[in-house]
Design a protein around this ligand. Structure first.
Ligand code: AHR
Length: 330
């Protein structure tokens, strides 16, 4: 049985005083309820039982990421997946993680909505000897060796790329920064990277929580508070599309009167680039489910994995064609 193997392995490691980071290999006759299910249930023997806490469904990026994860952590690929959507609430994620501990899954994977506030639950997972794979965003915790491996983007590099485009193409811009969920790795690091390049030109900031509706509301308020704004740096496409709505409702032309620099490059964002409503889009790649599946297999088998896997990303300007947008898979 997988768990007996893992526990024996962990006890043996603990007895020798070595840090506990990886699980041993094996199979299980138990399993979760599969995609979208709750705790418990019986699964197929031999499959790797993965408890996956997705942070929400707030954006086109997130939807594409969820599809990629589910398309790869399949029964055919040897996984028994329990997938839970936290609806952008940290308390929901913490509850899901505790449920996974109670289910004694083989591996826990999660995409943390914010960076802090995980100390207790990460310690509980560590005490249970369940390896953690961090997906997309990262954590800031006092727990030692809280996770085995992280796969995702270099958010700071994305912000830097956006800032460098502004420096080269809109040097005198007065910038409003439309932040993602405050305290999330994606917000903190993109802002750090961007502001290090053109922070002195930022006239105001507000969060749109990575959603189109809140992006629109925040932009409506910003157009009143900072009428001098000539460029918006939005931490994702969805908020940028909300900003387009707000700018047009105010009788201005997005992309011309107020330029928009965005992050993600989902199809709707790239369409806005073709339509000249966005000016530049830095890619944040959500389609790494295949790489994640390989990592989890290795973690479950007790093999070495890199601490960090940074996914490949590019950027797009208004030279993008309609054909490229149409070919975009998400
Ligand atoms: O963590 C990745 C970010 O989260 C994406 O840029 C955004 O669209 C999503 O909500």
């Amino acid at each position: 049985m997988f768990h007996a193997s893992r526990r024996s392995f962990l006890s043996a490691v603990a007895a020798t005083g070595v840090a506990l980071t990886l699980a041993a290999c094996g199979g299980s006759a138990e399993g979760g309820t599969g995609s979208g299910g709750d705790a418990g249930g019986s699964g197929d023997g031999g499959a790797i039982r993965v408890g996956y806490s997705q942070l929400g469904a707030e954006s086109g990026w997130r939807t594409a990421n969820t599809e990629s994860v589910k398309a790869n952590l399949t029964a055919e690929n040897g996984f028994d997946l329990t997938f839970v959507d936290a609806q952008q609430k940290q308390e929901n994620q913490i509850k899901a993680l505790r449920d996974f501990v109670a289910q004694d899954v083989d591996v826990i994977a999660f995409s943390p909505v914010v960076e802090t506030g995980w100390d207790d639950v990460l310690q509980e997972i560590k005490d249970a000897g369940i390896p953690v794979v961090l997906v997309d965003r990262t954590v800031d915790t006092t727990v030692e060796d809280p996770y085995v491996t992280h796969i995702g983007s270099d958010f700071k590099a994305e912000g830097t790329k956006a800032g460098e485009w502004v420096k080269a193409n809109a040097a005198d811009a007065k910038i409003f920064e439309l932040q993602g969920t405050l305290g999330s790795g994606a917000q903190v690091d993109r802002e750090e990277g961007f502001d290090a390049v053109v922070g002195s030109q930022v006239v105001g900031k507000a969060s749109g929580n990575f959603t189109r509706a809140e992006g629109r509301t925040a932009t409506e308020a910003a157009l009143q508070a900072y009428p001098e704004t000539t460029l918006i740096f939005t931490h994702n496409d969805d908020m940028g599309l909300g900003a387009v709505e707000a700018i047009e409702a105010a009788g201005k032309t997005p992309g011309t009167d107020i330029q928009i620099v965005s992050v993600d490059a989902v199809r709707d964002g790239l369409q806005a680039l073709v339509d000249k409503k966005f000016n530049y889009v830095v890619e944040c790649n959500p389609a790494f489910g295949d790489q994640l599946a390989e990592l989890i297999k290795k973690v479950a088998a007790g093999e070495d994995v890199p601490k960090e896997t940074v996914v490949e990303e590019t950027a797009f300007d208004q030279t993008i064609t309609q054909a490229e947008v149409d070919a975009r898979p998400y």
